[in-house]
Structures are given as structure tokens and as C-alpha cells.
Design a protein around this ligand. Sequence first.
Ligand code: 4NP
Length: 154
Amino acid sequence: METPAVLFVCLGNICRSPLAEAAFRKAAQDAGIDVEIDSAGTAGYHIGSPPDPRSVEEAANHGIDISGYAGRQLSAQDFDRFTHIFAMDHQNLKNIEALRPAGSTTHVSLLMDLVPGREGAAIADPYYDGEEQFEATWEDVDAAAQALAGRLKG
Ligand code: 4NP
């Protein structure tokens, strides 16, 4: 089988998708899965920026250092590089699909579609909320990361 390559996408690539990337890097490592992993934003506001300090702190609470991650914007080339692209919410899902080149077979879906009982759910944007919302974000992305690792381990 082709080595899977998984991209997590939110709006800014500084709050939700870096946490999804971190949770899945850990889950894949724990499960011994060979997979390429990255994250990106549909918007270009935070290109080159480190994650939001609240995301850095939340990841650190789970033993993961994401302070070296750098924001980048999703591009059409990502459809060549990744077998799976996971969107944090419905608007991101639409914006991802709008960039899909003709003929691309990359699987694109909501991240929470991976979690039984949470199909169709969005991961709420925590940017304008308090730190407790980042904990809720972690719980969501970690549930999806565990489900994805289980699926890829098959
Ligand atoms: P993210 O959160 O999409 O989870 O990274 C946001 C980050 C920045 C902005 C919005 C959402 N912003 O408007 O700058």
C-alpha cells in the first residue's frame, strides 16, 4: 500500500490544526505507523508564525513540544503530496475542496468524521475563547487522532 500522508487543516494553522498534527504524531508513533504528517491553514494570516501560545501550552500539558511548528497556507500542491486531508470545520472543508485540482483523488473529510458518534461535527474555533476551549480542542483532535491511528494500523 502507498504510504499514507495526512494533512490537518484549519483556518489559521496556529490553533486547531497544530494540535491535531501533534496528537496524531504521537498516536502514530505510539502505534508504530509509517505516515507523513503535516498541518496547514486555508488562510494566509499566520504564514511562518509559531502556534498560538495557548496551543503550545495545551500540547505541553500532554508532553508534546509544538513551539517549533510554523504556520503555512494550504496550496493546490498539497493534493499531490497528501492521501488524506482533514478539515476542522465545514467552512475549511469547502475551502479545501475549492482548491482541489481536476483529477485529484485525495480523500477530504471533516476530522470528526473519524470519531464514531461525532460524524459531521465541527471542531469549534477556539481563537476568540479562553484556555478551557483549547482543552476541549485537544480532547476532540486527540479522539480523532486515536481513531485514525487505529484505522491506519488496520
Ligand atoms: P485556527 O484558529 O484556525 O484554529 O488556527 C484561528 C487562528 C487565527 C484566526 C482565526 C482562527 N485569525 O482570524 O487570525
